[in-house]
Structures are given as structure tokens and as C-alpha cells.
Design a binder for this molecule. Structure first.
Ligand SMILES: N=c1c2ncn([C@@H]3O[C@H](COP(=O)(O)OP(=O)(O)OP(=O)(O)O)[C@@H](O)[C@H]3O)c2ncn1[C@@H]1O[C@H](COP(=O)(O)O)[C@@H](O)[C@H]1O
Length: 106
């Protein structure tokens, strides 16, 4: 998962300055951050609609669209994917800390 997303991150960063007539990444980038953010919102809503219809194939396709457009938004903000991954790792480290603290000591 992390390797796939890192490859996609590199591809997106390389394609941002490509010819917009030949590249979706370049075309959307030229439309600006507000348009990229709007696409993230649209894909999120489409994912929710597919989920509520119990459309598993739809959820998979829309989730891929959502992750891709979120990666485009991160690239536009120059936020590395690793910043998000590190935050998830930090939260994983935190999980269960309160529960462990509440347990009686042996
Ligand atoms: N993963 C994706 C990817 N996922 C979705 N999309 C595009 O995202 C768009 C979303 O579809 P929609 O129907 O919501 O939107 P649309 O009607 O095309 O666009 P709007 O004008 O309505 O916003 C489609 O055009 C898809 O082709 C993607 N386009 C590119 N990639 C990756 O980006 C790489 C570089 O792509 P290019 O920049 O096109 O070379 C590719 O090799 C892929 O790995």
C-alpha cells in the first residue's frame, strides 16, 4: 500500500508540469487548488453513495478516485505522503495507551 502510494506520489509530482492536453494531472493542476479540493469532495461523496448502496465494486473504484485526488491535493500543498503516514504511525503508537494506563498493575 505504502509503496503503491509512493509511486503514485512520484508520478503525480512528475506529471504536474506535463502538457495538460496529454495529462489529467497537469490539466487538473492548471485549474487550481480549489478545483482539486472540489474533486476530493466529489469523490468522497461518490464513495459514500456507493457504500450506502452496498455497491462493493463501486466503493473500490470511487475509493481509488478519492485516494488519487487526495494525493493530488497533498502534492499541490507540497505535503509529502510520509507526513500523513507518520501521523498514522504516531496514532497507532497511541492506541490503547489510555486503556493500558487504566489497567491495574501486576
Ligand atoms: N490514478 C489516476 C487516476 N484516477 C482517476 N483519474 C482520472 O480522474 C478523472 C476523474 O473522473 P471524473 O469522472 O470524476 O471526472 P472527469 O469527468 O474526467 O473530470 P471533470 O472535468 O469532470 O473534473 C478521470 O478522468 C480519470 O481518468 C486518474 N488519472 C490518473 N491517475 C494516475 O496518474 C498517472 C498520470 O496520469 P496523467 O497525468 O493522465 O498522465 C496515471 O498513470 C495514473 O497512475
Amino acid at each position: 500500500m505504502r509503496a503503491t502510494l509512493h509511486t503514485l506520489e512520484q508520478t503525480i509530482r512528475q506529471r504536474r508540469n506535463a502538457d495538460p492536453s496529454a495529462s489529467y494531472v497537469a490539466k487538473l493542476t492548471t485549474k487550481g487548488r480549489a478545483k482539486i479540493a472540489q474533486k476530493v469532495g466529489e469523490e468522497a461523496v461518490e464513495t459514500v453513495i456507493a457504500a450506502m448502496a452496498d455497491d462493493r465494486a463501486g466503493v473500490i473504484g470511487e475509493s481509488a478516485d478519492l485516494l488519487f485526488h487526495l494525493m493530488m491535493l497533498l502534492a499541490d500543498l507540497d505535503i509529502p505522503l510520509d507526513a500523513v503516514m507518520d501521523e498514522l504511525d504516531r496514532r497507532e503508537g497511541l492506541s490503547g495507551i489510555a486503556e493500558k494506563a487504566a489497567r491495574p498493575k501486576d
